[in-house]
Each structure stands twice: as C-alpha cells, then as structure tokens.
Design a protein around this ligand. Structure first.
Ligand SMILES: [Zn+2]
Length: 314
C-alpha cells in the first residue's frame, strides 16, 4: 500500500498546494496603472471560484480551468473584486469569486469542483493555484466587516489586503493563516527497534491513522506547541524536536508546520476527547498494513502522509 508509484500519486519535492517559485507579484500589487493594463491584456487569465469550489477542466486528469479574462469581463463588476494571483512569462493570472451568482447562472461556465476531491491527482501547479484562489476567496468572504468597528471593509492591493472604510478607523486586514504543528513521533524500543506513533480521531474516515497535530497558541514557539500537543493528546514526553517541512492546507486556511521528535518512553495515555486510539508501528508493520477500513494512511496530499513516507524511506 505504501508504494506511491502504484497509486497514481506524484509526490512533489515542492509539496502539495505550495506556489513555490510562481511569481506572486508581491512588489507590484499596489501599482494601479500596471494592474489596469493587465486587466485589458488579451493574455491575462481568469480562474473562477464559486462557493468554495474551483472551476476545472475535468478530463482524464482534472486541471485548473483558466479563462480569457477579456472574454469574461462581464463577470467582473468592480475592478477591486479581482484577485491578482501572479504571473509567468506568458500570462498574468487572476481569480474571481462569483459565489453570489445562482447555480443556474454558473452552469454554462463549466464544472466547479471541491479541490479536496481532486487535490491528490491534479498537477502540482494547478493544485497550488486553485488552493491560492480558494484560500483568498474564503478570507474575503469572511472579512467583509471590520473586527474593530464593524464598518464594511474594502479590498486593496489587488485582493491581498482589506481596509476598513470608516475613515476614523481605517484598520488594515491581512489574509489570515492558522499555523498548526504536525509531528512525527518516533521511539526507539530496546526490543522492537524504532517505531512511529500513529493515532486516529473518531470522526476520521474508517481506519485512517495519522501523526499527531494541533494549532499553535498565542505566545508559543512552534517547538513548544509540538511538545504541548504531544503531551495533551498522548501524555508523551519528547525530545530532539526538529523542523521537517511546511505545507499550505487551505481547507480553509491552515499552514501546516511539520516536525519530527523522539519520545522518551513508549507508554502513552490518550486524551479520549481528542483521540480514539493510537499504536506504535515498526517500518515492517507499516509496510504490511492493509489499506482498508481497519487501517489506512492519511491522504496523499497531506503533509502527514509525507512525514510517514519520509520515515519509511529513511
Ligand atoms: Zn474599522
């Protein structure tokens, strides 16, 4: 089950949903003249998001659908509604949330799909751009009003900021990310050798087991969050906490920060409000695991899966 070459899934060095070296145009977002030119450029492309779903070309492999922006100018009511994603040498990429349109009104545009259902198989760059568009659309939808004074907010910086429209407040709002730590806990047992702790929550799909994870709290370092969550969930003390990699998880707005750590003992005790069960597994046990409703690994597009695969390959 662990051999990813059989599953049709590509494990990318960049990781799922990360835009990598895609030019996000961070330094020219505020340049209105440049932006107006791009909105009139026949090579500019537009990706649509409708009620959390992305417009896709659903052929053998589902891909992000980018329309000619000029041909779909009628969908853009005000210029500030458009989100600048970035550019390549060929085109400038924009996104637009058309959630206020009815189902009938969007049917002719193509197929809108929940990225979670295709993220494991869509090409890496397509998944990253769809996640980026979906994540920003979600943030705009949830931040229409100022959290300080309650006045409406308006978009700035080509969709990358909002500002309170009350002149005496004028608070700036930036896209929100929720940092979460996710940690691969291993333990070297004198008899069984090195083992990994995999646990499951009762609301997960049948059999799914994964590494531990939790949100970072205010005033905490990432390492402290790793230690706290591990102790809260499994009563395990850990050491040798090391950063592994990060991955955007835009469902809706998490940034997953992967770590590895070693438990100082193997006896654990679960917090029943967080975890249903957990077990230590050797590499051989994991390789022989069934991939069925009794035991399966997390989704291929998750950093938890990457943490586990990396341990197996080590
Ligand atoms: Zn305000």
């Amino acid at each position: 089950m662990i051999d990813s070459s059989d599953s049709g899934v590509n494990f990318h060095a960049l990781g799922f949903y990360a835009t990598g070296d895609f030019d996000r145009c961070a330094t020219i977002r505020q340049d209105t003249a440049w932006l107006v030119e791009r909105l009139q450029d026949p090579y500019s492309l537009l990706h649509l998001v409708w009620r959390g779903r992305n417009l896709v070309v659903n052929a053998e492999i589902p891909r992000a659908h980018f329309l000619s922006l000029l041909d779909h100018r009628d969908l853009i009511r005000t210029q500030t509604d458009v989100i600048l994603l970035g550019r390549t040498s060929e085109a400038t990429y924009f996104a637009l949330d058309i959630s206020d349109l009815s189902e009938d009104a969007v049917t002719g545009l193509g197929e809108f799909v929940d990225l979670r259902s295709i993220g494991q198989v869509t090409p890496q760059r397509d998944g990253a751009l769809m996640a980026y568009a979906r994540g920003l659309s979600h943030w705009h939808e949830r931040h229409r009003f100022c959290g300080r004074c309650g006045s409406p907010t308006a978009t700035e910086a080509a969709g990358h900021q909002r500002r309170c429209t009350n002149p005496s407040c004028a608070l700036q709002h930036f896209p929100r990310l929720d940092p979460a730590v996710i940690m691969r806990i291993t333990h070297h047992h004198p008899r069984y050798g090195e083992r990994i702790l995999l646990a499951r929550q009762s609301n997960w799909s049948p059999g799914m087991h994964s590494v531990l994870a939790g949100f970072v709290e205010t005033g905490e370092t990432l390492e402290a969050a790793v230690a706290r969550e591990t102790y809260e969930e499994a009563s395990l003390h850990i050491g040798n906490i090391r950063y592994f990699a990060s991955q955007p998880w835009p469902f809706p707005s998490s940034l997953m920060l992967g770590f590895t750590a070693e438990a100082t003992h193997s006896d654990f005790s679960l917090d029943p409000t967080e975890l249903e069960s957990a077990r230590w597994l050797t590499k051989d046990e994991l390789r022989r695991s069934p991939d069925d409703d009794h035991f399966r690994l997390p989704r291929a597009d998750s950093i938890s899966r990457r943490l586990i695969e990396d341990w197996l390959e080590d």
